[in-house]
Design a protein. Sequence first.
Length: 146
Amino acid sequence: MRKIEELVNLFKSRELKITPQRLGIFKILEGNTSHPSAENIFHEIRHIYPMISFTTVYKTLEVLESLGEILKITIDGTRKYYDPNTTPHHHTICSRCNMIADVNEEFDMPRLPGEILDKFTPSNYHISFYGNCRECFGEVKDVSTI
């Protein structure tokens, strides 16, 4: 994600409103590596702007995503998290606590079978590794349930 000043200029150039609430959302996301959900951001910004609506947070995140300023990470089709790091990278995702961490090592693009390549031209890829973080793995008593 760009710096806040650059985001303000981008929004202005697209004739999008710059409100104190949006600036607060930008500040929460800037340099954030925790991959917050819209709910996390909403709870954090309510301390500063108690009257902010969840819709304002969600719509701002949608705009940022449409502008390519954040990435949306969807877990199991329902839970959505946001990553202001838009450079190519991968993630580890804890299946118990949903903690998401960046994997910044580069991987070679997986080779797709010829029958897929006949019908599809990949332009990008993202790999998510699912498992248990160190804290959750320590809580798992029966390893066979993992």
